[in-house]
Ligand binder design. Structure first.
Ligand code: ASP
Length: 440
């Protein structure tokens, strides 16, 4: 590999769950001198049914808040780190750190502080083990006092700090505000820190090391042994993640996408495997016609009918206003000549049902409003959806053969995806039929 390249490598919780995993991480980091910036999560599960350190920390915090002493949980957390220190023969001691944490708790440090200690302590150990400098995320990842993430300031601080560090470990998941209070991203947020570090050092690549070999073409809980996605574009990733294919934290994509830094998903337990590469543009030999199939259940379709709707100039404007004033973002809006449907998550619809209906009545005076509360959305993503003939025939033919009734079709003219709405009960059948017809 090219030693000139700069790589930011984020390792997930299962990649750092114990000493054995730490060894694998070190081997990976040392196998390419470009891996100069490393972002760890907190130690995750070592085996099925095990506990993640972050979950233990949340629990510990909850116990203390209830006035319990939480001694057992604290013991478990300490033991996780001590085991790693002992087995790797590290010289660091976390005694002082734990004292500091205790003290912070006694002074009323918040839940985010508690949760962040998982990454913080893991980062201290990893930096020591790798011989890298430790850069506390609280110094460089900036939040406002109300908890919102400050993107530009973070980039400024991270850039400046990492320019002075040849090789560094920056713990994921948290940052701090100007008063020193700790804040975290949402769960899985070390992915975000990894992307921020990659951007700050203008990395050639952002490697995201996890316990799967990349994105799969379909959910393995639905399709047996689905193929792996070797490469895809950021736009395709966005479509698939939005529809439920989860490997990366959503907010991790933007910083990398904006800078055009490729994200490479790799498997810590199988570093020889090629993983999934996500970049702005694929090379012709990387392109495939179908990139992936994903979906989600439980949507509602609100259909509004009004005679001569198409002739009424501000109809759509007022329709959007009805959703806007109820603070609702929707998924799709397929339309006919005198009907238009708006598809949104069922839960949200149920929560705001009365208010939406009232707004639609007031703003649109429709002839009829009907609601279908049994809809699942399935999206097929890939360049073939736009540029290959015959795909649509296979697409719809396969669903017909599987006796899946299609309730809605949405495909823009310049899109890399086609979304259909089916009954929740047909969801799995539809995905299997599409996989069979389009991929195999
Ligand atoms: N440790 C945090 C969590 O469990 C963040 C992360 O792993 O990315 O959500």
């Amino acid at each position: 590999m090219n030693a000139e390249q700069v790589i930011a490598a984020k390792f997930g919780g299962s990649s750092l769950a114990d000493a054995k995993q730490f060894r694998k991480v070190k081997e990976i980091v040392e196998s390419d001198p470009g891996r100069r910036y490393v972002v760890p999560s907190a130690p995750g599960k070592r085996f099925e049914g095990d506990e993640k350190v972050t979950d233990l920390l949340y629990e510990y915090y909850a116990q203390l808040s209830r006035g319990e002493d939480g001694a057992d949980t604290q013991k478990k957390i300490r033991a996780r780190y001590q085991e790693i220190i002992d087995e790797l023969g590290l010289s660091v001691s976390l005694e002082k750190e734990f004292e500091r944490i205790e003290y912070a708790f006694s002074k009323g440090a918040g839940e985010a502080y508690a949760a962040s200690r998982g990454e913080y302590l893991c980062g201290l150990l990893l930096a020591d083990y790798l011989g890298y400098e430790f850069v506390d995320a609280a110094e460089v990842v900036r939040f406002g006092q109300d908890g919102h993430f400050e993107d530009e300031r973070t980039n400024f601080f991270l850039k400046g700090r990492l320019a002075r560090a040849q090789r560094a470990v920056v713990p994921g998941f948290y940052g701090a505000d100007d008063a020193g209070e700790i804040h975290t991203f949402t769960r899985g947020g070390s992915d975000v820190t990894g992307a921020l570090v990659a951007r700050a050092v203008q990395a050639d690549r952002y490697e995201n090391w996890t316990d799967v070999s990349g994105f799969l073409l379909a959910d393995p809980a639905i399709v047996k042994d689905p193929k792996k996605i070797d490469a895809m574009t950021f736009a395709e990733l966005r479509e698939l993640s939005y529809r439920g294919a989860a490997v990366l934290h959503e907010d991790a994509v933007y910083p990398a996408r904006r800078e055009g830094i490729p994200i490479h998903i790799r498997n810590t337990n199988h570093p020889d495997e090629t993983g999934t590469l996500i970049c702005r543009k694929l090379e012709p030999e990387q392109e495939v016609s179908i990139t992936g199939i994903a979906g989600r259940k439980s949507f509602a379709a609100i259909s509004i009918a009004k005679n001569r709707m198409n002739a009424q100039i501000d109809f759509c404007h007022r329709l959007l206003e009805a959703f806007d004033e109820n603070h609702i973002t929707f998924e799709h809006m397929p339309s006919g000549i005198d009907t238009i449907s708006v598809i949104l998550p069922l839960e949200e619809y149920r929560e705001k049902q009365e208010a939406i209906t009232a707004s639609l009545q007031r703003l649109l005076h429709p002839d009829k409003i009907s609601v279908d509360e049994d809809m699942a959305l399935v999206t097929v993503v890939g360049k073939g959806m736009r540029s290959e003939s015959g795909i649509a025939a296979r697409f719809f033919g396969s669903l017909g053969e599987a006796k899946v009734n299609i309730k809605m079709i949405d495909m823009g003219s310049n899109e890399i995806n086609c979304t259909i709405g089916v009954s929740n009960g047909d969801f799995e059948t539809a995905i299997r039929a599409l996989y069979q017809a389009l991929v195999l």
